[in-house]
Design a binder for this molecule. Sequence first.
Ligand code: NDP
Length: 245
Amino acid sequence: MNDLKDRVIIITGASSGFGREAAKMCVNLGAKVVLGARREENLKELCSDLGSESSTYKVTDVTSKEQMHALAQHGIETFGHIDSLVNNAGIMPLSLLEKGRTEEWDQMIDVNIKGVLYGIDSVYSHMLARESGQIINISSVAGKRVMQGSAVYSGTKYAVRAISEGLRLESAGKIQVTCIYPGAFTTELAFTIKDESMMEALMSRGIGAIAQPAERVAEAIVYALQQDPGVSVNEIVIRPTAQET
Ligand code: NDP
């Protein structure tokens, strides 16, 4: 296992959920974290808990290539370089295609796909020049299967899977690439569902009751980060034991 001490790790979507828990665990293990998301209050509070020696933040909308690059630059200026990127920011406004909620489709494509691509772009040349780096992308079990209402969300998460595999192939020998596929875990993600009938359908399937703590996924992120440079854990699928699909 690789020591995380003084490793510089960018985490997007760090204002809640997996990103926030992963940031805390990384700092506990001695890493320095560079945190991005849109809600400044949450980032400020988290960084004040983690301490300025070990953490910094920049308000970042990952749908903006300029803001994503500014986050990476902020990390380099603060801590000298970037070792790892966790492309975690995401939204999940599920709905049936027949509802025609096209604005939400656009938002999902912008955050879940373009955000991941801009994240990669913001650190790729830096990592290639150093001939080392780690990129961890958060997909979903919805990136391995489709359910009613997840056509577009799944589309974005299948894309994250394809992008991760392409990145792995193209950066072989230099960058460690991991794609993580979580099932149902307790975070704020469900609040991004705005279609009430979809939210009711999801809850009637008992997802809320079986969801497990966000820390379990943060542990999977840390496990990927701890791999020795010669090894990549390419895929991690992590579900509540009680989740069938
Ligand atoms: P949360 O809603 O708790 O966290 C999502 C994070 O993404 C927040 O910090 C949010 O911050 C950030 N975010 C959303 N939009 C943007 C944006 N435009 N720019 C920057 N940051 C943004 O949910 P999770 O922790 O669950 O989600 C993390 C990832 O895990 C997502 O990619 C999600 O799809 C994936 N996932 C989650 C599962 C679960 O069961 N929870 C299952 C499978 C996958 P802010 O609003 O402040 O910008």
